[in-house]
Write a protein that binds this ligand. Structure first.
Ligand SMILES: Cc1ncc(COP(=O)(O)O)c(C=O)c1O
Length: 381
């Protein structure tokens, strides 16, 4: 059994001396998984014709099938995409919106996803409706009501975060999906942080589409994500890049969108093995306990609130920064970005800083390579 903390950190390429409290933004893949991806690349280079024409199609479907098993889906309902942004865009760009249709999101929807919605709205006359999320949040019922109250008979699509980006809050997506679909809206769950952080039964969530990153909490190499689609929502869906297999069905269209490096997708099998070797439940418990304990300690020292009760989180949690760090500047995206850079450059602490409402907040992550000492570094700033 691999010991978590300093021992397992040696399995990653992370440089020493930096407290990596931001696994949530870009993930980190272990050497074993990166080496597996490299082996796929070498196999492709040894005989590109054979590999891309004859070996790849079967291997890709097998990798998709393993991933599908992990999220309890049918293999034919799962395709690879490069990242959550691409998966969300594929859905948004494939649907036909009309003027006065509404796309429901929240004020905590990931910035890039909001921009993609805006783009679609600008082109079609549809309207972005944002449910207001105000921190701190007392319980999941408040998240439910905030979104449910903004559903209308015009809502054509609800874009729901499974785990929201700025805070790590877990949204009651199954309940919201049931309500939205009962009212005639389609549902896209942005599960960028879902795989690896949460135990997943994707079909049971009852959405039309689920997008999940494997390169965040599942230890896959970067540019490995998936898009799940329920059977009766496949007809409308096509990849962003239309290629040879247009009209041949969901998996055929998404499996080939042009020549690319397929190694990150194929190496998801090794990421799943790595995850399995660590023990999925053990990883989730370690990460949750570590980050929640650290967050409570920091919040007490800073005398500032957490975004919500600990139980509403998986492996990420946000805290309001103390007055001395609020003094860095007004709570804007620009200030948050500059402070985040300064914390890394001057204090060697990698942590996400966000401007939320009238304050700056820090979102900390817990991952198997972290130890309580990492968070002490943030506390000492
Ligand atoms: C909720 C959410 N959606 C989408 C994304 C985009 O992920 P990617 O950059 O892998 O496309 C992120 C990234 O952090 C996110 O937090």
């Amino acid at each position: 059994m691999i010991e978590f903390g300093a021992a397992v950190k040696r399995e990653f390429l992370l440089e020493s001396g930096v407290a990596f409290l931001n696994h949530g933004s870009f993930g980190a893949a272990p050497s074993a998984v990166l080496e597996a991806a490299e082996r796929w690349r070498q196999r492709m280079e040894a005989n590109p014709d054979l590999f891309l024409r004859e070996i790849l199609p079967g291997e890709l479907r097998e990798a998709a099938a393993e991933l599908a098993r992990f999220v309890r889906a049918r293999p034919d309902d799962v395709v690879f995409v490069d990242n959550a942004t691409a998966g969300v865009n594929a859905v948004l760009r494939a649907l036909e919106f009309r003027a006065r249709d509404e796309i429901l999101a929240t004020t905590h929807t990931y910035g890039a996803v909001r921009q993609a919605i805006r783009y679609v709205c600008d082109r079609t006359g549809a309207k972005l409706v944002e449910a207001q999320i105000t921190l701190p949040v007392a319980d999941a019922g408040i998240l439910f009501s905030a979104v449910a109250d903004r559903l209308s008979e015009r809502t054509r699509l609800a874009v729901l975060d499974h785990v929201s980006s700025p805070t790590g809050l877990i949204f009651p997506v199954a309940e919201l999906a049931a309500l939205a679909r009962a009212r005639g809206a389609h549902v896209l769950i942005d599960g960028a942080h879902g795989p690896g952080q949460l135990e997943l039964d994707v079909p049971a969530l009852g959405a039309d589409w689920y997008v999940g990153n494997c390169h965040k909490w599942l230890f896959a190499p970067r540019s490995c994500a998936f898009l799940w689609c329920r059977e009766d929502s496949k007809r409308e869906l096509h990849p962003l890049a239309i290629s040879h297999h247009y009209g041949e069905g969901f998996t055929a269209e998404f499996d080939w969108t042009g020549t690319r490096d397929f190694s990150a997708w194929l190496a998801v099998v090794d990421a799943l093995r790595f995850f399995d070797r660590l023990g999925a439940a053990r990883v989730r418990a370690y990460n949750h306990d570590l980050v929640v304990t650290a967050a409570s300690r920091i919040a007490e020292a800073w005398q500032t609130p957490l975004d919500a009760p600990a139980a509403m989180h998986g492996s990420m949690i946000a805290l309001r920064l103390p007055p001395r760090l609020q003094a860095y500047g007004p709570p804007t995206r620009d200030t948050a970005g500059r402070l985040q850079s300064a914390l890394l450059a001057e204090h060697r602490v990698a942590v996400a800083v966000m401007a939320l409402g009238d304050a700056l907040w820090a979102r900390i992550s817990g991952q198997i390579y972290n130890t309580p000492e990492d968070y002490e570094k943030l506390l000492s700033i």
